[in-house]
Design a protein around this ligand. Structure first.
Ligand code: ATP
Length: 240
């Protein structure tokens, strides 16, 4: 694969006394969406948190644009150009939507064009601009979490299960926004258990099992091969 934006080489992460990642190696191609798939507990969230510097790997290397980022702290990694939408959304409930977004902008003031794009994708955030984030619905909180990551133009976004627990209409809104982000040239590495969403957005796939990568390839290849899906994940992709 030529010119990957991100490379993981033999990454091993322990959480307390537990060995969670046993040597994770894969490349994220520049441009498009790479889906990180696998059974519950396979290590997908731990992989995203390790890339972001929230867990420190005890072995291996993580390269962004060919330069090592393992060992940097999360703020330094964000400044290198990685945005993160965590599984728990990471928003400040007591602060307003506006304050949440301002805090996520490096200069404290979002670029007007970027804010217009966010309001176009998620009109509810304009409506509730002055409201405490804690009063938003679950779907609106997820929109705010995505908006916080995309308020800065970053070359890579890590997005952890954005559709979790959300109604289909909200998932469709998120899917449109993420597709638009991709069309603007961003690279996305995303964990997603909703296979119709994974298939609709994904270009490339890395499948994890028990703290290792067990398959990488094109989404089109995985999508066309139900036997492979069952072998890798014990699941059938939904056919919509
Ligand atoms: N803070 C923690 N303390 C102890 N064990 C943890 C912690 N976080 C994760 N683990 C364990 O690490 C393993 C991998 O978890 P991880 O959340 O990375 O998996 P996942 O593939 O994202 O799964 P899921 O889809 O269920 O979130 C699991 O066995 C989990 O129990």
């Amino acid at each position: 694969m030529s010119d990957p934006i991100l490379q993981l080489k033999g990454v091993k992460t322990d959480i307390a006394q537990y060995h969670i990642l046993h040597g994770v190696s894969f490349d994220v191609p520049r441009g498009g969406v790479t889906m990180l798939l696998g059974r519950n507990g396979a290590g997908k969230t731990t992989t995203l948190r390790t890339i972001m510097g929230l867990w420190k790997p005890h072995a291996g290397e993580i390269l962004l644009d060919g330069a090592p980022i393992n060992g940097l702290n999360p703020a330094q990694i964000a400044r290198r150009g990685i945005g993160f939408v965590p599984e728990d959304m990471g928003i400040f409930s007591d602060l307003s939507v506006e304050e949440n977004i301002r805090l996520a902008a490096l200069s404290g003031q979002p670029v007007a064009e970027r804010l217009d794009w966010i309001f176009g994708a998620f009109p509810a955030l304009r409506t509730f601009w002055k409201s405490p984030a804690g009063t938003l619905s679950g779907g609106q909180k997820q929109m705010l979490s995505v908006a916080r990551a995309v308020v800065e133009d970053r070359e890579l976004y890590l997005i952890d299960e954005p559709s979790k627990g959300l109604a289909p209409a909200i998932v469709a809104t998120l899917a449109r926004a993420l597709k638009d982000l991709k069309n603007r040239g961003a690279t996305i590495l995303m964990v997603e258990q909703n296979f119709s969403l994974a298939r609709a957005l994904g270009d490339h796939v890395a499948v994890m099992d028990d703290g290792r990568i067990v398959w990488t390839g094109a989404m089109a290849a995985l999508s066309a091969d139900t036997a492979l899906q069952e072998r890798l994940m014990g699941l059938k992709m939904e056919h919509s």
